[in-house]
Design a protein around this ligand. Structure first.
Ligand code: VAH
Length: 313
């Protein structure tokens, strides 16, 4: 039985559906701080800062695996560091401690390319780069990575983690992230509206398509334990592009599409992150391979959002 926290979130809702498809609707317990949004199947409201509440649900459903997706993203995290600490770090420690005390078999922890700061190489950032993040969010993710490794080394808890790039998908909207523009831009393009970008035109960031990132998560979690050599977190790469490059790809489909640039505080966050990621370790250890480049992402996003907005009319 699998428990997912943060199931209403950008990735949580898609991962819930994928795991339900793989392991059966009755074997996946979705949870979130808020009442259920676009989720079928079993759902529990869980405030993951509440240790007893998680423990209760773990006992009630005889949970054997936990995917801990509840988190505050980078841009929103800057407004309230204490809340970011509670929601990103305290909740994860609750999950780890409950996992070890209840014999949970596997735990998944989403880290982020936000763990990288000025000390890391900007291009092809290696897995073992020195981590000096510049945001409250990045600090919380480095912390989570270290706690993962600690619980693995000290208690043998099978915690696995990926450093997610910015995730692009049509199924859901991100909230409070710095990479969110790369989802919003497709919505505006399909609605034939102009787009205002909060990053500079040349600010390149690592991104990944939803299908790829969900597949990476499932593949990592299904890999034999001895293949998982890194117990902090794995770099994975999808595609890297700047706002100018995504806009130019969109213009091939919508020649009248317009974009203007009004960089705000999120530009300061983005410029300290990596531009591209070296994922050779994930490739070597558990066979990771991305499928979607920018052209394929653009095609898939526009076609899915066209259908979505047609049905919505
Ligand atoms: C954010 N999407 O923008 C997240 C992500 C790569 C960054 O973790 O905050």
């Amino acid at each position: 039985k699998i428990l997912i926290t943060g199931a209403n979130g950008q990735l949580g809702c898609v991962l819930t559906e994928t795991l339900q498809g793989r392991y059966g609707l009755e074997n996946v317990i979705a949870s979130d701080l808020r009442e259920k949004e676009n989720i079928r199947g079993i759902f529990e409201v869980i405030d993951a800062t509440d240790y007893d509440r998680i423990q209760h649900v773990v006992t009630q459903y005889k949970i054997t695996q936990i995917y801990h997706l509840a988190a505050i993203l980078s841009a929103k995290g800057e407004a309230n560091p204490l809340q970011t600490w509670d929601i990103n770090t305290k909740t994860f420690l609750n999950v780890l401690e409950i996992s070890r005390l209840n014999g949970i078999e596997k735990v998944f922890y989403p880290s982020s390319i936000a763990v990288f700061g000025d000390a890391a190489l900007k291009n092809n950032t290696p897995n073992d780069a020195y981590l000096n993040p510049s945001t409250a969010y990045g600090i919380s993710k480095v912390d989570g990575e270290n706690w993962s490794q600690y619980y693995f080394l000290k208690y043998g808890l099978d915690v696995r983690s990926i450093r997610y790039p910015g995730v692009i998908g049509y199924q859901s909207l991100p909230g409070g992230g710095t990479t969110d523009y790369a989802v919003d831009i497709y919505h505006k393009a399909v609605l034939k509206e102009p787009f205002t970008c909060f990053l500079n035109e040349d600010t390149t960031l690592p991104m990944i398509y939803m299908d790829d990132v969900i597949r990476a998560t499932v593949e990592l979690m299904e890999a034999p334990s001895e293949k998982i050599k890194i117990r902090t977190s794995y770099n994975i790469a999808g595609v890297s592009f700047s706002p100018k490059e995504i806009a130019s790809e969109i213009s091939k489909v919508f020649p009248n599409f317009t974009i203007e640039y009004k960089p705000d505080f999120r530009e300061d966050i983005a410029k300290r992150w990596s531009k591209s990621i070296d994922d050779s370790q994930a490739k070597a250890d558990w066979g990771w391979k991305p499928n979607y480049n920018l052209e394929a992402i653009t095609k898939a996003m526009i076609s899915a959002l066209n259908d979505y907005y047609k049905e919505a009319v």
